[in-house]
Design a protein around this ligand. Structure first.
Ligand code: OMP
Length: 320
């Protein structure tokens, strides 16, 4: 987590841009501009739409990354958006991670994995890559991944091990931002605490051996921006755990609401916005269906930069 914290301090910005492209979030002329090129490349014409959209996702992401790389410390590509398109989408995901890393950004792969120990060990290759020494190969280019704790310690341990040996991190779901998160997470245990509080305590334990010079461990927690009070209490309960805080913007989370999730020095949390940044072009009032693909990409980039700056300034305003 020390690397992430250094990156946040260098940019004086505890926010991350979520790269969650969908067909609706990419201006249609950008997608259309790849029709001819893709039509010539694919053998099976039924593959063309998914391949075309995947290429468009990558170009869209690249424009956004170029526009925000000097402002934000990190990006969080959400793999679901890419997996939806099959193998071409997965390529676009990995290429996005690689490009972001080349631009000096910390890449948080939102893959939300979790399984029995032997399978978790395979998923943990997201962090450790494959091969060793001269044959080492990292197909994913992620600095961290999100993990689901439902399977308990043996579903987490392989990720902690891989993170430790590769100098990377994980973020484990604790109190998620979605409306029905309370169905399980708020259940009360015999001890009187809630399930999510018990998960919080487990996370402090899972990370205990990996606390870095920043005072935070490699095992972070995901705490939704839509739960300001619980987030504040979790901050006190989890002194060595860095928070990923999604749910800002599109889901209603605000800078005031997340302020309590930072520590007394204004560190300890990274706030995510995806649609609020990458879809900002739709609210710019400048989009026109007849504009060229290049102009649309410029608008996407310029609007994302503006939205990322506004988010940074909003967060700075509530931090010490
Ligand atoms: O792990 C996450 O990042 C996550 C956890 C959570 O509790 N809520 C949540 O929204 N997310 C992710 O954060 C992103 C939020 O996107 P926006 O609502 O568009 O900003 C999506 O990629 C979600 O999958």
């Amino acid at each position: 987590m020390d690397r992430l914290i250094e990156a946040i301090e260098a940019k004086q910005n505890p926010s991350v841009v979520g790269l969650d492209p969908t067909e609706a979030l990419v201006p249609e002329q950008i997608v259309a501009s790849f029709a001819e090129e893709i039509g010539e490349q694919v053998e099976d014409p039924t593959e063309a739409p998914a391949t075309q959209l995947s290429v468009a996702f990558f170009e869209f992401n690249r424009a956004i990354i170029d526009a925000v790389a000097d402002i934000v410390p990190a990006v969080k590509p959400q793999i679901a958006m890419y997996e939806a398109l099959g193998p071409a989408g997965i390529d676009a995901y990995a290429m996005t991670c690689e490009y972001a890393k080349q631009q000096g950004l910390y890449v948080l792969g939102d893959v939300k994995r979790g399984d029995i120990g032997s399978t978790a060990a395979a998923y943990a290759h997201h962090l450790s890559g494959i091969g060793t020494g001269e044959d080492a190969f990292d197909p994913w280019h992620e600095d961290a991944v999100t993990v689901n704790p439902y399977l308990g310690t043996d579903g987490i341990a392989p990720f902690v091990e891989a993170a430790t040996s590769a100098d990377k991190d994980i973020f484990v779901l604790v109190r998620t931002s979605n409306p029905s998160s309370s169905e399980l997470q708020e259940l009360e245990l015999a001890s009187g605490e809630h399930v999510y509080e018990h998960v919080a305590d487990l996370i402090e334990g899972w990370g205990a051996e990996t606390v870095g010079k920043s005072g935070y461990s490699r095992v972070g927690a995901v705490v939704g921006a839509t739960h300001p009070e619980e987030g504040k209490a979790l901050r006190a309960r989890m002194p060595h755990t860095f928070f990923l805080v999604p749910g800002y913007g599109a889901q209603g989370g605000t800078a005031q609401g997340v302020a309590g999730m930072f520590d007394k020095d204004g560190r300890g949390a990274l706030v995510n916005s995806s649609r609020g940044i990458i879809g900002a072009w739709r609210k710019s009032g400048k989009y026109d269906e007849s504009m060229s693909a290049d102009d649309a990409l410029d608008l996407v980039a310029e609007s994302a930069r503006e939205a990322a700056k506004n988010m940074r300034d909003d967060l700075r305003a509530v931090l010490p």
